[in-house]
Write a protein that binds this ligand. Structure first.
Ligand code: AMP
Length: 113
């Protein structure tokens, strides 16, 4: 399966500001933050995008959501955060390794741009 820059971060081949790790996922600060808190939560398993997930990935996806909430708690943003998944190039995905954007620390508008 195609590798990505996030695969290199997971394997510690390139540096990143890693703030969380468990057996299934890793979280690190986005290099181009769009909010005071901007963290990416990525599965260690290579999964190109959410629409490539299958029933087999159900518990992994739930695990990532719970990890994101745990990280938000650790960062002190409480329950004021936004999670974003850009699925596919047409929706703005640029790195093809599934990731949750955890954004916090400023007001957010709705609908998102
Ligand atoms: P997306 O556009 O949803 O695919 O998000 C990809 C995100 O990865 C963008 O917000 C980028 O700023 C971020 N990004 C790209 N390369 C790196 C890197 N080496 N370390 C941390 N974040 C990165």
């Amino acid at each position: 399966m195609a590798d990505s820059i996030f695969g290199k971060i997971i394997r510690r081949e390139i540096p990143a500001d890693i703030i969380y790790e468990d057996e299934l996922c890793l979280a690190f600060r986005d290099v181009n933050p769009r909010a005071p808190v901007h963290v990416l939560v990525v599965p260690k398993k290579t999964l190109l995008q959410l629409s490539a997930a299958t029933d087999e990935d159900q518990s992994l996806l739930g695990h990532m959501l719970l990890a994101a909430d745990k990280i938000a708690g650790q960062l002190g943003v409480g329950d004021a955060y936004r999670l974003v998944v850009n699925n596919g190039a047409g929706a703005g995905q640029t790195v093809f390794h599934l990731h949750l954007h955890l954004l916090a620390g400023r007001p957010f508008t709705w609908p998102p741009g």
